[in-house]
Design a protein around this ligand. Sequence first.
Ligand code: ATP
Length: 729
Amino acid sequence: MQAQCLSITDSRALYNHFVPVPLNLQFFGKLLPPASVATSSLLVPSCKSRFGILYKQKKNDTLLHQVAASAVPPPASSTNDVYGEGKEFDPRRLWRRFWKVAAPYWWSEDRGQARLQLAAVFVLTLGTTGISVGFNFLGRDFYNALANKDADQFTKQLLYYLFSFAGGIPVFVLRDYARETLSLRWRSWMTSYYMERYLKNRTFYKIQSQSIIDNPDQRINDDLSSFTGTALSFSLTLFNATVDLISFSNILYGIYPPLFVVLLVYSIGGTAISVFLGKGLVSLNFMQEKKEADFRYGLVRVRENAESIAFYGGEENELQLLLQRFNSAFENLTKLLISSRNLDFFTSGYRYLIQILPAAVVAPMYFSGKIEFGVINQSVSAFNHILGDFSLIVYQFQAISAFSAVIDRLGEFENILDNESNYASGTSEEISLVYSCTDDSPSLEANGTVSKDKPQNLLVIENLTLQTPTSRAILIRDLSVQVNCREHLLVTGPSGSGKTSLLRALAGLWNTGKGKIQFHVDDPKGLQSSSESSKFTRDVFFLPQRPYMNLGTLRQQLLYPSWAGNAFPISDDTKSPVVLPFLVRKSDTSDASRKPKLPTTDELIKVLEDVRLGYILSRVDGLDSAREWSSVLSLGEQQRLAFARLLLSKPKLVLLDESTSALDEANEAHMYELIRAAGITYISIGHRRTLFNHHHICLHISTVDPNTTQPNWRIDPINQDTLLKFSKQ
Ligand SMILES: Nc1ncnc2c1ncn2[C@@H]1O[C@H](COP(=O)(O)OP(=O)(O)OP(=O)(O)O)[C@@H](O)[C@H]1O
């Protein structure tokens, strides 16, 4: 869509400024309708580029891949009814949304550069309008010389024309270059701005797990790109049209005032009819964006889960799903094509009539000898300019409707990012998650010294009742438990009882319910100074059920997530001429002294050997080779790699969600031995009996019984008796 909309100004420029020659061809009996030269590219129907989007998106594959890799569940589709169908062309709502999306950049830290570049683009645009007015007069003299058979004058005018082309073309090219550069800069800033908020406060997780909007990846990637390109393009088109209108109105009015009146009536009528005919295009474009993104997401999912699908032999199923998604896009596109066709019937007629209308009005003056032949050309050219300006809506209705869909999608996204907290919880009562200093630990003596007898608290859970976020089903009732340093806790219970959900609450991902969770960490100060998104202190580490391998080298896997900033260079090209400041993440200098030292290569190799993964190094050409790690490594290897990350991060407390489920018993015992030796306290979730060997206490959660208000958990110490009992079972 971006290409489509950018072509509007490009072709307008050519049409407005260099078109006098084809315009006059008609007067010499040529068949080519001049306006079609301009308008065929001027009015590239939005639907024509629809399938092209798939191609464009292919180019963005890498980014998509990254986005999709982090978004595991299927795309949300709950927004269809709310946002999609029935969306009408409402200029006031669109304008509000447009302003909300567009404004922040022009008041951002980059506003100086942005405004300067915008001013340059406008000055160059003014220059191009000036040049086109010059061409209008040149055209008049050129055709007068031709009509008068004045060879000398004709040669002179021809030379003027050639010199003017040589001087004028660079201004047009530079204007376009400046506009594109500014558009790219704006897009880069907005991409960084949106991504920052998307990844802040775990908004990405809430959007995905609660199906708040569809395809956020597409909105960040494609919609932002279209938005910035088209917004600039439209603003310039409007500006150009205004200046054009002022410049050419004088000329036209000077030639024959009634021609001006004809023009006004024609353009106002045309605008009203095209708005009426094209009003359904906005919602169709909106849905098209969504349906294509759904289809693309389906393709990415097949790639991401290639092995599982191949094992299941699920190709037929996937094919059906993909065809169904494509068909949905196809059906919508068919409706879009029909609407566009109906609009095209009108706009084509509207455009063709222009060719004869001005000539028909001024021809009597020419026949009576009041004006010269060149003036007819001049009036046709001026008429076309002004009509083009007055007919922006007619000419660009399809582009405007596609742009409106982009504004709507981004406006929606913007609202969600802005009001993210509204989605966190619907009630005032929620679980309180507190990180406090170790010194506040209730295990300390009144005089402030750590008691030798009393163990140091790491985690205290008080009266926690946990509910699922949307349906509010109770999973755990009134849980109170505390975990002391080096007292390892095992959480067991039947599948679906809420073990992982307890971890979600501990991590702050879920806060529906009531009660208090308090972590005692060494550095709550550091925690307060760091951003919300890194609410985990370095002292607490979570290993999720599904090992996550990021896209990158083996080194980057190991350094994830504690040293992510050091692991990812901002540019592929070390000699890159421009690095935009807002694309570089500033490291939190207030935190610098507290940050752990970046592990050396030797330390990374050692930790790999510790988790018995040393052999991978020779297989993949060292630490800096990049692979699709989630496919290259077995599940057990990925779990051991996760333990390597953990050992490098050295937290005080780790929460392990079935993190050794894919390991054999010997490797499982080895992993637990490693973290115990590193002084890390752990809370594990698991079903395996062997896990009892590595823990001191067991929290057993049973499936909640809706008929009772009794707690659905119990705590048992793990001792020789317990182990014996389990070994006999
Ligand atoms: N996002 C969600 N929204 C609503 N309910 C959810 C959500 N995620 C999980 N649940 C439900 O919460 C319940 C507890 O899920 P949880 O993942 O905590 O179970 P679990 O005890 O860890 O199970 P398993 O041992 O099978 O991993 C399940 O019934 C599950 O369907």
